[in-house]
Design a protein around this ligand. Structure first.
Ligand code: SF4
Ligand code: SF4
Length: 99
C-alpha cells in the first residue's frame, strides 16, 4: 500500500560546488564554453565588452566545477574554483525555520 511518508527518490546531492570567473573583457563570445557546459550554467550576455563582443556569463548556482568550459576556452579567460559542500545535519526543532 502506498504511504505518503514513503521517501521518494532523493534529490541529487553534490559533494563539490563550482564557481566560475570569466575575464569578460578578454572574452570573444565564441560560445564554445556555453556549448560544452552540460549544466547550462553559462550564457551569452546582451551587452558587449570593450572589444565589441558579447561575452560569457556564469550562473554559478548551477556550476559543478567540472572545468570543461575552461578547457575548451581558446583564450583561457575562464577560471574555475571548486569547494567541498559542508554536510548539514538533519532538520531538528532548533534549525527548522518558522514561517
Ligand atoms: S565548470 Fe563545468 S559546470 Fe561549471 S560552468 Fe564550467 S562547464 Fe559548466
Ligand atoms: S570559450 Fe572563452 S572566449 Fe569563447 S565565449 Fe567562452 S569564455 Fe568567451
Amino acid at each position: 500500500m502506498y504511504n505518503n511518508a514513503t521517501p521518494g527518490p532523493s534529490p541529487r546531492i553534490r559533494k563539490v560546488k563550482g564557481r566560475v570567473e570569466i575575464n569578460i573583457q578578454q572574452c570573444k563570445g565564441c560560445s564554445l564554453c556555453i556549448t560544452e557546459c552540460k549544466e547550462h550554467a553559462l550564457t551569452l550576455s546582451q551587452e558587449i565588452n570593450k572589444k565589441g563582443y558579447r561575452y560569457a556569463i556564469a550562473h554559478n548556482e548551477l556550476c559543478t566545477g567540472c572545468v570543461n568550459c575552461a578547457l575548451v576556452c581558446p583564450d583561457a579567460v575562464i577560471s574555475v574554483y571548486r569547494t567541498k559542500v559542508q554536510k548539514t545535519s538533519p532538520a531538528s526543532p532548533q534549525n527548522i525555520e518558522q514561517p
